[in-house]
Design a protein around this ligand. Structure first.
Ligand code: GLY
Length: 313
C-alpha cells in the first residue's frame, strides 16, 4: 500500500487536511483532489479561484477548472462558467457523465443546473472593490479596438508588484497519489482579472495547465496561462519524466522552454509536480514562492520553497 500524498500551490493549504483525510479513509486520489478544490473554491479570501474570484472586463466572474486521472487518462474540464462556484465538481460531472472532455460557457451553466449545483452570486464586497479599483481604467473600453490590449499590458506589468493585484493571475493546483498508487490532478481558477469575456486560460486545457499519468507522474501550472497553453507545459513535465529526467530536471526544462515565447504579456509562471514514486517538487519564475505538501504520516501540511528558474532576461 502506498503512502498517500497531496501537493498543492500555496493557496491550496486550506484544502490539504481535508484531502489527506479522504486518503486516510481509503478514498481515491480523485475524491481527495475534488474535496480540496471545493474548499478553495468556497474560500472568500482567495480572489483567484471560485467564489470571490476577480471578474472579467465586464464585471462577470468566469471560472475554469479541470481534473485528470492518471489511470486511463480520463479528464474533464469546464471553462467560462458563470454563476456556479463548484467548477471542479462540474469538471467531474463532465468526466464521468458526458462523452466529452471540455464544456464551456452556457453549456457549462446548463450542466451545473442539471446536476443540481447551487447557483450563486460569485462576487463579494471585497472582490468587487478590487475589481473596481482598476475597472475605471477599462471603463472606456467597449471593444477590443478601444485599447484593451495596451491597458491590459500596463495592468499585467503592475500585477506582479502590487500586493492587492497579486491574486489577479492566481489559480490553485492539487496533485495527489492515493494508497493504491493511483494519481489525480486538479486545477481551478477565476482566470485573469479584467480578462476579455470568454477568455479561457490553461487551467481547463488538458496538457497545458494540468496533466497526470500514473506511469510517470503529474504536473500543474499557475501563472500566465497563455504561456502554458503555447508550450503544453504540464504535459511537457510528465513527458520529460517519461524520457528519463528527474522531476526537478523536468520542471526546470519546462520553465526553460517558456523562455522562447515572444510575449509582451509574459509574467510569472509556476509549476508543481509529483513523480511516479510520490516525490513532490515545484518551480517558479519568481523568488521565494512556496508550495505545500502533506502525506498520510503528517499531522498538517508543510510549506516548502520552490526552486526559482529565471525565464526573463
Ligand atoms: N493560469 C490561470 C490562467 O491563466 O487563467
Amino acid at each position: 500500500m502506498a503512502n498517500g500524498i497531496v501537493v498543492a500551490s500555496a493557496n491550496g493549504s486550506v484544502g490539504m487536511e481535508a484531502a489527506v483525510d479522504v486518503l486516510r479513509s481509503g478514498g481515491t486520489a480523485l475524491d481527495a483532489v475534488v474535496a480540496a478544490l471545493a474548499l478553495v473554491e468556497a474560500n472568500p479570501e482567495d480572489h483567484s479561484v471560485g467564489y470571490a474570484g476577480l471578474p472579467n472586463m465586464l464585471g462577470q466572474v468566469e471560472l475554469d477548472a479541470s481534473l485528470m486521472e492518471g489511470k486511463g487518462l480520463r479528464a474533464g474540464s469546464v471553462a467560462a462558467l458563470q454563476d456556479y462556484q463548484d467548477a471542479a465538481q462540474l469538471a467531474r460531472s463532465v468526466m464521468e457523465g458526458l462523452p466529452h472532455v471540455l464544456i464551456v460557457g452556457e453549456g457549462a451553466r446548463r450542466l451545473a443546473a442539471e446536476t443540481g449545483l447551487e447557483q450563486k452570486d460569485l462576487t463579494t464586497t471585497e472582490s468587487l472593490e478590487i475589481w473596481k479599483s482598476r475597472a475605471d481604467e477599462l471603463s472606456e473600453i467597449g471593444s477590443a479596438d478601444d485599447g484593451y490590449y495596451n491597458h491590459m499590458r500596463d495592468l499585467v506589468k503592475r500585477m506582479s508588484s502590487d500586493p492587492q493585484l497579486v491574486d489577479a493571475h492566481g489559480t490553485v493546483n492539487f496533485l495527489c497519489r492515493d494508497r493504491n498508487g493511483e494519481f489525480a490532478s486538479g486545477v481551478s481558477t477565476s482566470g485573469w482579472a479584467w480578462k476579455y469575456p470568454g477568455r479561457v486560460g490553461d487551467s481547463p486545457i488538458i496538457g497545458a495547465g494540468n496533466y497526470c499519468d500514473d506511469r510517470w507522474g503529474a504536473a500543474a501550472c499557475t501563472g500566465r496561462g497563455e504561456m502554458a497553453q503555447r508550450c503544453c507545459t504540464a504535459h511537457s513535465v510528465v513527458t520529460f519524466m517519461r524520457f528519463g529526467m528527474s522531476l526537478e530536471e523536468a520542471l526546470t526544462q519546462a520553465m526553460i522552454d517558456l523562455k522562447q515565447l515572444d510575449d509582451p504579456f509574459a509574467s510569472e509562471m509556476n509549476i508543481v509536480g509529483l513523480d511516479k514514486d510520490g516525490n513532490p517538487g515545484a518551480v517558479s519564475s519568481s523568488p521565494e514562492k512556496t508550495y505545500v505538501v502533506m502525506d498520510e504520516s503528517m499531522s498538517t501540511w508543510d510549506e516548502r520553497e520552490r526552486t526559482t528558474v529565471q525565464i526573463f532576461a
